[in-house]
Design a protein around this ligand. Sequence first.
Ligand SMILES: [Zn+2]
Length: 436
Amino acid sequence: MYRKTPLEAWIAAKIGVQQERLTLDILEQYQLQKIRQTLRWVKDNSLFYRQQLYGIEPEDITDFKQFSKLPFTFPRDLQANPHGLVCTSLSEISRIVTLQSSGTTGQPKRIFFTRSDQELTVDFFDYGMRNLVEPQDRVMILLPWQRPGSVGDLLQIGLKRLGAYPIPYGLVTNAKDAIEQALLNGATAMVGVPTQVLTMARHGDGAKLRGKIKSVLLTTDYVPAAICRAVTQAWQAKVFNHYGMTEMGLGGGVQCQALAGYHVREADLYFEIVDPQTGRVLPPGETGEVVFTTLTRTGMPLIRYRTGDLSRFLEKPCPCGTILRSLDLIKYRISERIKIGDELLGLPDLDEKIFCFEGVLNYHAACREAGKKRELYIEILTAEGYKLPEEAVKDSLLTLPVIKTYYPQSLRINLKQTQQAAKFYLGSSKRKILQV
Ligand SMILES: [Zn+2]
């Protein structure tokens, strides 16, 4: 038996009912009420939503079907005029996060938080982390933490609240140093970016952490399953996935001990899955784009925000026994798939075929014109002293139907091995696949 996710008791308390009495119906009534309050708040206070929701009376939204008729908010809206979405005076804003867009549109997204918005995140980190750490744990934070209000800073506060001991470190640019610090500080758990934790696990000194690190939280938009397996194996640790983005207030959902889907912050966020083309809400079990609405934020609430991530609600209840829904692990970002012929290839497809090789730490991929053919160019960062078995990697890639269909007639594969780590750590930690 798995321990039930601590998020259930937390959500019940936030709603104001005893945990034993929490039902999906009670949760949904609460969410609808919070949706009406948020709609009223944004209509009264934000220029953007005053226009966007013109003619809509928040008090008339009494079920999710009516709610599903409201217009979406898109990332481009956060680029075009972020101030138009802010609902409080700027003096109440305690943190503004600027996200550089990965596309060519240039303009960054800006997301605004008040102190109470940030408190919601700390509270989620406090209870979310209870899925994997206990009060006596020493948790290494492999995320930016220096700035007040940064993800690592808020996580540090949340961990202290649950009684754990945070060890703020930062992003891993030198695996050897990170391992030394983990040993020196007696770390028993860590939170980090998948490829960066992988470089520690696959480093020559990585084995020193075996048996010492008992749980790891990997956080980003999606976590390659091959990396989870590699880290689990290297350290005999339990590896959890976290799903979140800045727009959600950093945290979104986290796996429980059953390591099935994520349980999400249902008292703070209302999630829908929609058809990416038509925008129609899809039933549980069907895969579509993740859309969320903030229920408790005041600085810059978001209504039906399109995340660009693909997932679905799992139909089966979680083995941990909670009444909460489970969101399947995110696999793709819609925009981050490239076309080869008529088929789509995404980074996650490549991840499973490349990270399974022992010495692989990271890679870049691009698909480009090469004479009359297309060329899939993959530059692979490997651990020191490791010789990439190129033919075996090629064979592994050829098990992907999209590659097999076009190789070798119209597609070439060009693999390059490198040990220059520096170029893999510049800029944001999000990886992408390029179409050039
Ligand atoms: Zn569960």
